[in-house]
Design a protein. Structure first.
Length: 403
């Protein structure tokens, strides 16, 4: 096929085999097609149809409509053996794109601002290459095109739909294009890579009144302000300094007029941590602090607290396999970045709770091309050279794991 878009400038791909380098124009075209037609979680109909058409044309067995819009492609090697899953998320974000590029989003208010279009293109290229080279590996590869990573989460519904069964998956890998690392760097480490994330909304119920007569009121703003300050002591005084954790208050809404004491205040926040042993602990401390401050002021409260994703915990053996592959693919001085943890969260964590695996970062920033905006920014974009590197990483992981 001939690309309808200009090919991106290519850097040195010396660690990428010639056949995968030859796929680069197609990878760019697919990625830009996805970028032009972004879709929110569980709405990835156009994306899924595009993937299914390609898989059908290549003779790859696949199941559609998994967890609403997900796809599972199965590629059988030359003989039976181990089963490796590869996961790629497909969804976009409710962000209006500010990039002026030929492949700019055609869906107003929706944008691939986190690199999932690249993840999908890499997984599609991996499927194509493996199907053409089935005699070069044993075992089975299952490629999981997952919906709704950005929320409310598609990994858990896919697991519940049985994607890790029939045949049973022995291990799973996935990657995230990462503009926090320079283009071509591989970020891989055993253990915790990304944080667990929990959220809460709290309404402080006070007693409103006139600003000139505060003794007749219970000032919800004063109560809320003290709660915000007190919550910061959880990390500084209740969590072991060796463990990383974050409690962030992102919203505080109260009041309608400068001389009216508000009867209610609403605060919302997020909690993040690496150590699974902290699950439940921070939630307990948050409620204890809110309750104590409210009691001391004569206020009451309504707290809604929920968990989103657990921490992304890499299996040490699979992480070492990925690192060994990375050492073959990346060129110096780019190299490997083992200290690449982030308090960002990812529902790849559910897969890693179910089977051993490794999630890793593929550096995609290139400031020289003005491609270094952070994830979820309306001008996010990445150096497409890394697409071929992503395919090479996945293919070598398959060959090393299955053979």
């Amino acid at each position: 096929m001939v690309s309808v878009f200009p090919q991106a400038n290519s850097a040195n791909l010396s660690g990428v085999r010639l056949e995968i380098r030859a796929l680069q124009p197609q990878l760019v075209e697919w990625r830009r097609c996805f970028h032009q037609k972004p879709e929110l979680g569980f709405q990835e109909q156009l994306t899924a149809e595009f993937i299914s058409r390609k898989l059908t044309a290549w003779g790859i067995e696949h199941q559609t409509g998994v967890a609403q819009t997900g796809i599972v492609a199965t590629i059988q090697g030359k003989t039976g053996g181990k089963v490796l899953a590869i996961r790629a998320d497909m969804d976009a974000l409710p962000i209006h794109e500010m990039n002026e590029v030929p492949y700019k989003s055609q869906h107003p208010g929706v944008m691939h601002a986190c690199g999932h279009d690249g993840h999908t293109a890499i997984a599609l290229g991996t499927a194509y290459y493996l199907q053409q080279h089935r005699q070069q590996f044993t075992g089975t590869v299952k490629i999981l095109f997952q919906p709704a990573e950005e929320g409310p989460g598609g990994a858990k519904p896919m697991i519940e739909a049985g994607v890790l069964k029939n045949p049973d998956v022995d291990a799973i890998i996935g990657l995230h294009l990462w503009n926090n690392l320079p283009m071509g760097t591989i970020g891989v480490r055993p253990g915790a890579l990304m944080a667990a994330v929990e959220s809460f909304n709290c309404t402080i119920l006070g007693k409103g009144g006139h600003g000139a007569m505060p003794h007749q009121t219970v000032d919800s703003i004063v109560v809320g302000a003290q709660i915000v300050n007190a919550l910061q002591t959880i990390v500084s005084r209740n969590v072991n300094p060796i463990d990383s954790a974050v409690v962030t208050i992102g919203e505080f809404h109260a009041g309608t007029k400068r001389n009216v004491i508000a009867d209610t205040a609403k605060i919302s926040g997020t909690v993040r941590y690496f150590n699974p042993l902290l699950k439940g602990f921070i939630q307990q401390r948050i409620e204890q602090i809110i309750s104590g401050v409210c009691v001391s002021h004569g206020a009451s409260y309504d707290l809604d607290y929920w968990s989103l994703y657990p921490a992304v915990i890499n299996d040490s053996t699979i992480a070492q396999l990925v690192r060994s592959v990375a050492e073959e693919v990346v060129e110096t001085p780019l190299g490997i970045a083992p200290e690449c943890q982030t308090m960002g969260a990812e529902d790849m964590s559910f897969f890693l709770e179910a089977v051993p695996g490794c999630y890793f970062f593929l550096g995609s920033a290139n400031p020289d091309k003005d491609l270094a905006y952070p994830h979820h920014h309306p001008r996010f974009d990445f150096d497409e050279t890394v697409l071929a590197m992503g395919v090479e990483m996945f293919v070598r992981c398959v060959e090393k794991f299955c053979n």
